[in-house]
Design a binder for this molecule. Structure first.
Ligand code: DAK
Length: 276
């Protein structure tokens, strides 16, 4: 693939959007390659995905403005569908996806990060929905997901004013879970860049997820995502069903068995939970 890198590290996988010369902007080819990459994730092995952008400067600087600028109405709709299909694929992907946001996350970049389960970012990250200034509305779910993730008031302020926000503000409004900085030695020499530390933090979180019972984690994702789309009475039924399903898994028997055995080692949950 030209614009997407895929790397598996034990039970986690890292997808890198690799179009650094255009700040990883999403053109049709990137979207196609992302879709194909997701289709080929080995779900028997991989338990958590990390999505990031190549380089230190940008996660994704939005949809490709050069490609979009000449679209007809019909082509615009087709491009929008391509993007929305990939974003929904990420959002409903069976295993958790962490967005490691390394710099600009603008327009479609902010939107793709919001299709992931969890966002952490480097201290130089910048989030924004600049579409209103470009004469369009956010088209990859921005009006919907931002208003659900942060308060509707903040979402409206960001979208109506097209103002970018920095990492600290993104943390304050709950758009990201954590902001990761560079580290330096006592003399002030950088020992690890923000991007390096960001990836280390994302991998640590991903490994923490990968250590848990995989079917339980998948069911949690499903319960949260599907439950949020409906009223509490129906949501509780969704949870009950997914809770019940866990009792048909070896993981549940092993997990609870380990606790009852009072085996300290095993209680750490690093036991090899089986996928099926
Ligand atoms: N598209 C294409 N190329 C981009 C790009 C983008 N979004 N962002 C940056 N680049 C390219 C630049 O053109 C430049 O290319 P060269 O000139 O070197 O060939 C290279 O990346 C480096 O960018 P800059 O020279 O501009 O770098 P700076 O450090 O000066 O500025 C910046 C960085 C991120 C502030 C700036 O590049 C910038 O403002 N970029 C655009 C950000 C933006 O407005 N993003 C939102 C795009 S709109 C739809 C669904 C979804 C969407 C639309 C429709 N439908 C349903 C149909 C989504 C829309 C968007 O995402």
């Amino acid at each position: 693939m030209e614009f997407v890198l895929y790397e598996v590290k034990d039970r986690i996988a890292i997808i890198t959007i690799n179009r650094e010369s255009a700040l990883n902007a999403l053109n049709s080819q990137v979207l196609d390659e992302l879709s194909e990459t997701l289709d080929n994730v080995d779900l028997e092995q991989v338990r958590c995905l990390i999505l990031t952008g190549a380089g230190e400067k940008s996660f994704v600087a939005g949809a490709d403005i050069a490609e979009m600028s000449t679209l007809t109405k019909k082509e615009g709709e087709a491009f929008g569908k391509k993007g929305n299909d990939v974003f929904r694929k990420l959002e409903t992907f069976p295993i958790p996806v962490i967005a490691a946001v390394n710099g600009y996350a603008l327009g479609g970049g902010c939107e793709i990060s919001m299709s992931c389960d969890i966002r952490i970012c480097s201290e130089n990250a910048v989030f924004g929905q600049p579409e209103a200034g470009l004469g369009i509305t956010p088209g990859f779910g921005g009006t919907q997901r931002l208003a659900r993730l942060v308060s509707p008031g903040y979402a409206k302020q960001m979208i109506y004013t097209a103002r970018n926000i920095k990492a600290a503000e993104a943390l304050r409004i709950g758009l990201v879970n954590d902001v990761i900085g560079a580290t330096a030695d006592e003399a002030g020499n950088v020992t690890a860049t923000a991007k390096e530390n960001l990836m280390a933090a994302a991998e640590k979180m991903a490994n923490g997820i990968a250590m848990q019972a995989p079917i339980a984690v998948r069911n949690c994702k499903k319960a949260i995502n599907e439950g949020l789309q409906t009223d509490i009475d129906k949501a509780i039924v969704i949870e009950e069903k997914l809770f019940g399903d866990c009792f048909e898994t070896e993981d549940q028997k092993a997990g609870m068995g380990n606790f009852l055995e009072k085996d300290k080692e095993k209680k750490l949950k690093v036991v090899p939970f089986k996928n099926r």
